[in-house]
Design a protein around this ligand. Sequence first.
Ligand code: ADP
Ligand code: ADP
Ligand code: ZN
Length: 216
Amino acid sequence: MIIVLLGPPGAGKGTQASKISETLSIPHIATGDIFREAVKKGTELGRKAKEYMERGELVPDEIVNGIVKERISEPDCSNGFILDGYPRTLNQAKALDEMLAEMNRKIDIVLNISVSEDNVVKRLSNRRVCKRCGAIYHLITNPPKREGMCDKCGGELYQREDDREEVIRNRLSVYRKQTEPIIKYYEEKALLIDIDGNREIEEVWDQIKRAIEGRR
Ligand code: ADP
Ligand code: ADP
Ligand code: ZN
């Protein structure tokens, strides 16, 4: 199955994507994670992406499209995959359709997770991420068992540079201008299913499970 997760920053895409990945045994591809990894390693890609990410702007389409094309061509993607944080512009959505057409494949379902702006700010300012395995926590709604330490791997938790209030505001406005228009694009292709992301993590997961079951 090929699943696309849409939604503003903080909607819970990463949290739900790892549940889907575990349940369906298909890889979770998060372009944000790929870029953060590249920045950490100081690769050429990381150098290109860094300044955009710090400002909460989008990395240019040509760069992102190339990365995704390479990633989804890998053998572990042959049974399907989950895209989290891609596509984020109309250009990316069209590029994805072209890549998939070349591979004789297509998107099965697009889950649009909506969440109020208030919730976005509350979620992102309390988000903590594992340095080692990328697991996502929240200081209040989804805290780790031991403060500052990942339940899954014992890694150290950190706060993302771009999860500061000023950058959060900019990311939200970038989302509204550049990403929101693709909702209509997928609606017209009859691929879109709306998910209420304001509920608790397990309730959101229930909605997603039902939506996926309905498409299989
Ligand atoms: P969130 O899910 O919290 O919005 P991500 O981890 O998906 O954040 O993305 C972090 C940053 O990485 C974005 O603000 C942007 O700079 C860059 N990025 C990630 N995915 C894309 C994409 N598809 N197109 C352009 N930039 C991207
Ligand atoms: P995204 O990938 O869309 O940016 P994340 O999955 O990283 O979102 O979630 C953002 C923050 O909100 C994290 O701290 C996460 O633990 C928390 N979170 C995710 N889903 C929910 C939810 N349904 N209710 C409350 N907090 C949530
Ligand atoms: Zn971990």
